[in-house]
Ligand binder design. Sequence first.
Ligand code: HH2
Length: 260
Amino acid sequence: MGVLNVTPDSFSDGGAFVTLESAVNRARAMVDEGADLIDVGGESTRPGAAPVPVDEELRRVIPTIEALAAQGVSISIDTMKPRVAAEAIGAGAVVLNDVSALRDEAMLEALARSPVTVCLMHMQGDPQTMQDAPSYNDVVTEVRDELKAMAKRAIAGGVSTDRIWLDPGIGFGKTMEHNVALVKDVEELVNVGYPVLLGLSRKSFLGKLLGSGKAVDVMDRLPAALALQAYAQTKGVRVFRTHDVAQTRLAVEAIRSLSA
Ligand code: HH2
C-alpha cells in the first residue's frame, strides 16, 4: 500500500502532493514501483494535527480518487469521516482505511451499504491527545482484543468477515516500547484470522531504536522500517503501508523468494 498524502501538513511529506497533477503523478509512480493499492488521505493524523473540515477534505481527495480510479488504480481512502468515506467509495475507492475503526456509527452504516474492504486500526485516544500518556497493562493482548471486538461490531453491523483487515496502529497512542512489543508479537494479531496491515513507514519510533538514543532524521528511517517489515512478513503480515514503495516491494519479494 503506497501512501499518498494530499495534505499540507503530513509529518514526512506534507505539502508535496497537493495539486491534482502532482498527486496523480506520485500515485502513478508508486504503482510503477510495485504498489498494489494507493492510500489517499486528506487529513494528517500525526500527533496534535488540526482536524480538517469535511468540505476541505473532500476537495483534497475526491478529484484525485476519480482521476486514479479512471486509470484503473486501486484506491484506499484514509479518513475518519463518514461523508468522505461514502463519496470516496462512490468515486471508486475499494478499501476504507479508518484509523478510528468505525467509532462513528455513521461510518459503519456507510461501510455496510458498500461492498468495500475495511482496515480497522487500533488507536488509543484521538490524534490531538494520543501521545500525551499512552498506557496499557499488556499492550499486545489489549490491542488484539480491542480489534477483535471492533471486527465483531462491524460484522454485527452487516460487514462480512472477508471484508475486514486489522492494523495494530503503530504510533497511535503508543510509546516506543508499545510499538516494539506490537511488532515483536504481531503473530498474536495475525492468529486472529484476518489479514493484518502494518504501517511503520518513517515513524518516529524507528528513529529511536539506536542504542545511543540519538534521533534519526525522518528520511533516514527506511532501513529500520524494511528490517521490521521483513520480520513481520515472516510472521504473516500481509499488507505494508509505505511511502517508499520500490524498496518495500524489493524487500517483500526477497522474503517471498525464501518460501518459493
Ligand atoms: N499511519 C498513518 C496514517 N494512516 N493508516 C493505517 N491503517 N495504519 C497506519 O499505521 C497509518 C494510517 C500516519 O502516517 P502518514 O499518513 O504518513 O502521516 P500523516 O498522518 O501525518 O498524514
